[in-house]
Design a binder for this molecule. Structure first.
Ligand code: NAP
Length: 318
């Protein structure tokens, strides 16, 4: 099968399309014929080993996993003997967060993992782009205990996590302020933000407003800058930065403003929850650009501009 592989860390040029062996599903695994996948920021961090500490996860000298790609949608091509939930031909989508391997024509993942049937009416590209942003944002908003009527500011509301966060915060009944660039104002409003601040014209930290939750969905802010815009007991939700991880581990006195860093601990029930929201028309993945699998390096270059709106999809089997 064709796959995009890398055997050393570096810029997108280290990616190359190669013929590799098709994986064989284990006892409890499905083999998925990939129809669409994404290039996300985690793929780029892993490929570049930036920040350097990624090497602790991905391999000290060289990448242990040569094929990137965590998100996917496609058709079940084979199933192990213990699989009861899926059959050959089923359309599925999901996330393979640690084993990766979706930048390929076929990938195996456990049937009990983060995988579900594609909702009726959703295309493969849209389904492939649901999980990374959606599961991250869901975990974060749950950790913050976001409730109906609370005020949340989503900084970087036009990214993969940001577009998911705005839609999920709307579902939870929060009052949402989105922050993005001029070109994305209408999109962020359409996703559910009551107010949208254009960061090229206004600095939200100086406008006198205070929020229950500030979600830095793009890793460009800091707790220090945001603190005065948080209500007493307010939560700064971080997506990035070792200093935020460290800070989130420090004990904080009850009622004090604090940093929360949700680590990627997801359950299959979360994927099913996103699927239900899609079916109810309350959630969709925003797609910016689509590239064929062989242009994965070009897609990665675009993702690394940090200017994508929502998600970047790779189409595999068309
Ligand atoms: N914690 C985890 O498990 C986890 C998992 C995945 C990703 N992440 C991290 O989460 C962060 C976001 O990931 P993502 O995939 O959602 O990002 P993304 O889609 O690449 O974010 C791109 C968006 O960021 C906006 N942006 C760029 N610079 C900005 C700025 N200075 N101020 C405000 N917005 C800005 C851009 O909007 P405009 O075009 O409007 O400027 C663009 O729409 C990344 O740092 C990633 O590494 C964490």
């Amino acid at each position: 099968m064709r796959a995009v592989v890398h055997d050393r860390y570096g810029p997108p040029d280290v990616l190359r399309l190669e013929e590799v062996e098709r994986p064989v599903p284990g006892h409890d695994e499905v083999l998925v014929k990939v129809r669409a996948t994404t290039v996300n920021r985690t793929d780029c961090h892993r490929r570049a080993a930036e920040p350097f500490l990624w090497r602790l996860l991905a391999g000290l000298r060289r990448p242990r996993r040569q094929i990137l790609g965590s998100e996917l949608a496609g058709e079940v091509a084979a199933a192990g003997p213990a699989v009861t939930e899926f059959a050959v031909g089923d359309q599925v989508f999901g996330l393979n967060p640690w084993a990766l391997g979706a930048h390929a024509e076929f990938v195996c993942l456990p049937a009990t993992g983060l995988i579900a049937h594609v909702p009726p009416g959703a295309g493969f590209a849209e389904a492939a782009a649901v999980c990374d942003g959606g599961l991250n944002a869901l975990a974060a908003l749950r950790r913050a205990g976001l409730r109906k009527g609370q005020k949340i500011l989503v900084y970087g509301a036009s990214g993969s996590i940001g577009t998911a966060a705005v839609q999920l915060a709307r579902y939870f009944g929060a009052d949402i302020t989105g922050v993005c660039n001029t070109k994305n104002i209408e999109l962020v409003r359409s996703l559910g933000a009551t107010r949208v601040i254009d960061y090229t014209r206004e600095d939200f930290t100086g406008n006198g407003q205070a929020y229950d939750v500030i979600y830095d969905a793009v890793g460009k802010q800091s707790f220090r800058r945001c603190k005065r815009s948080l209500k007493p007991g307010g939560i700064y939700l971080a997506t990035d930065g070792w200093q935020n991880i460290a800070r989130s581990l420090l004990p904080s006195r009850s009622g004090h403003k604090k940093v929360v860093f949700p680590m990627g601990q997801y359950a299959k029930s979360d994927v099913l929850f996103l699927k239900e929201l899609m079916e109810a028309g309350k959630y969709h993945a925003v797609i910016d650009r689509r590239y064929p699998l062989e242009d994965a390096a070009e897609a990665a270059r675009y993702v690394e501009t940090q200017q994508k709106t929502g998600n970047v999809v790779l189409t595999v089997h068309s």
